[in-house]
Design a protein around this ligand. Structure first.
Ligand code: NA7
Length: 541
């Protein structure tokens, strides 16, 4: 199958974002001849593409960063507690330069197919430009939020104004002053973008299908000397982070949720307790109860209380009611927001509740809803991603017997073993596949564990003379049973939960909760145990 023209490597890494950069560094250090194929013109992955105004991480910078190099964590200077996109992009460029990674990265190189040659026990990887590369191992570091989901709204291509997609925002920015801007989508992206656009635009109309639950939190610049003090304690900070279930012991969207579980139950709280909570903590007080994740009734009570808290911020009662979510809290990622609700008190902001007044179509001059034509100069689509599996199902990946990974996941659901490997696809390691901690945790902490486990595994295979490692179907089924059982007692499996975590945001996608929710330390323990027992659940040949 391989041609004379194929270039040979020990490992091919797909993607040069957070995961791919570390995979390259680690594999290279182990003497594994590695090349990274990256579709973009530079490093950064998700943090390169998502340049929309307000783009920011919801985990603190000193934890949302590599821990493997003390030199890097000491030398890089974060300016804010929670990093904005430009700073994360700059950080990844700094890391790539510091570790001299670029010499082994091919930019503007889009992988279109990967085929396992059973006779040679090698992967043949082809690119859009027609190159063919061969390697024993493929490490898919193609990202969990790297394939934007563009909606299919009638008339989108007839709009004569400017259409913008948050995941490919113009690098040079765009002047929105005096413009009538419409934003579709109120997930994390929309909630981050909307307050910023409201300050820039002449008028902003927000087209909201599902209101968000947000956790207001002020991001701030580090004070003089504060970062140095943190850096002096980095060993302790990293140790605490490593021991924490969500891989972030300081403030993050996840640690806030994690702490909610430890609070008393809402169902036995008095009305006075409830009111006191929203008086003291606003919308956060409505959600900070121990039973909201496990009891749908408590969750509904929290949603009602949340609506009361929103109504204390948003002056117009109808707008406040429209901003109150009807889906269970926890199904979607909670959003750390910067003045989101206050934005709807501005004179230049209008909310259109698509639950009452749905979009009929995009017209040449704006958006037509069932009740009104909204004239617009700019439409911004903040409509999400084909998350977790999208990047890999867009590559024609063929394993044993020419079986297609996309077909397997479409028919069976996104099954994996350990969230790393798929039965029938030998020597393919997926960084943070479905069934891994990934999106339910600090992604950087989670990926470091994955990359280390994968590179240790490659070393083991080489040292012991094995050519292939392959997940066993039974082990894979058991793993998914385990990950599914973990979320069974929670509201995450409620039929009204529809999000990128379970594929519910993509029409036709097989639904399955795709995170591993027992936490990174437990996950690490299980992965280490598998390795220590000679890779139990895998077939080595
Ligand atoms: P999300 O969280 O999937 O949000 C997408 C939003 O777009 C959500 O409000 C959707 O409403 C809305 N949407 C999607 N299609 C449409 C159409 N056709 N009409 C109206 N509204 C629509 O993606 P984000 O990019 O915000 O965040 C993804 C992750 O990035 C986030 O969780 C962080 O981890 C970083 P819906 O809910 O489907 O009713």
């Amino acid at each position: 199958m391989t041609t004379a023209a194929s270039e040979r490597f020990d490992a091919i890494v797909v993607g040069a974002g957070f995961s791919g950069l570390y995979a390259l560094h680690r594999l290279r250090e182990l003497g594994v001849r590695t090349v990274v194929l990256e579709k973009a013109e530079n490093v950064g992955g998700t943090w390169l593409f998502n340049r929309y105004p307000g783009a920011r991480c919801d985990i603190e910078s000193i934890e949302y960063s590599y821990s493997f190099s003390d030199e890097i964590q000491q030398d890089w200077v974060w300016t804010e507690t929670m990093p904005a996109q430009p700073e994360i992009e700059a950080y990844l460029n700094f890391v790539a330069d510091r570790l001299d990674l670029r010499r082994d990265i091919r930019f503007d190189t889009n992988v279109v197919s990967m085929t396992f040659d059973e006779g040679a026990a090698e992967w043949v990887v082809t690119t859009e430009a027609g190159e063919s590369l061969v390697a024993s191992y493929v490490v898919a570091a193609s990202g969990i939020l790297s394939v934007p989901l563009e909606p299919d709204i009638a008339g989108m291509d007839t709009f004569t104004g400017t259409s913008l997609f948050t995941s490919r925002w113009p690098k040079e920015g765009i002047d929105l002053a005096d413009k009538c801007v419409g934003v579709i989508g109120t997930g994390s992206t929309g909630v981050q973008l909307i307050p910023v656009v409201a300050r820039q635009a002449g008028h902003l109309t927000v087209f909201q299908r599902s209101p968000a639950y947000t956790l207001p939190w002020k991001v701030r610049a580090f004070e003089a000397g504060e970062l140095d003090e943190l850096k002096a304690n980095y060993a302790e900070i990293r140790a605490a982070q490593r021991a924490h279930a969500v891989g972030a012991a300081r403030l993050s969207a996840f640690s806030v949720m994690f702490e909610m579980i430890t609070k008393p139950p809402l169902k036995s709280a008095s009305r006075e307790d409830q009111l006191r909570a929203i008086e003291a903590e606003g919308v956060m007080g409505a959600l900070s109860w121990g039973d909201v994740f496990f009891d749908i009734e408590a969750n509904r009570m929290a949603a009602k209380l949340y609506g009361e808290a929103v109504a204390r911020i948003v002056k117009d009662p109808e707008t406040a009611a429209s901003l109150t979510p009807s889906h269970p809290f926890g199904c979607k990622r909670p959003i750390i927001d910067q003045g989101y609700y206050e934005t709807f008190n501005r004179d230049n902001v209008t909310l259109v509740d698509l639950r009452k007044d749905p979009i009929v179509g995009v017209t040449p001059t704006g958006i037509q809803t069932s009740q009104k034509q909204h004239e617009l100069d700019v439409i911004v689509y903040a409509t999400g991603f084909d998350a977790m599996t999208g990047a890999l199902t867009r590559i024609d990946i063929r394993g044993r017997d020419n079986a297609s990974l996309a077909d397997f996941w479409a028919s069976q659901g996104p099954y994996t073993y350990l969230g790393i490997a798929v039965a029938g696809f030998p020597n393919l390691f997926i960084v943070q596949a479905p069934g891994s901690p990934s999106a339910a945790t600090n992604f950087v902490a989670a990926l470091e564990q994955h990359v280390e486990w994968i590179s240790d595994c490659v070393t083991y295979l080489r040292d012991h003379g094995y050519r292939t490692i392959e997940a066993l179907p039974d082990a894979q089924d058991e793993w998914i049973e385990h990950t599914t059982a973990l979320v069974e007692p929670t509201v995450l499996v409620h039929p009204t939960c529809k999000s990128w975590y379970n594929g519910g945001n993509v029409p036709g996608k097989k639904r399955m909760y795709m995170g591993y929710t027992a936490g990174i330390p437990e996950y690490r323990r299980r992965c280490d145990e598998v390795a220590a027992t000679g890779y139990r659940g895998f077939k080595l040949a």
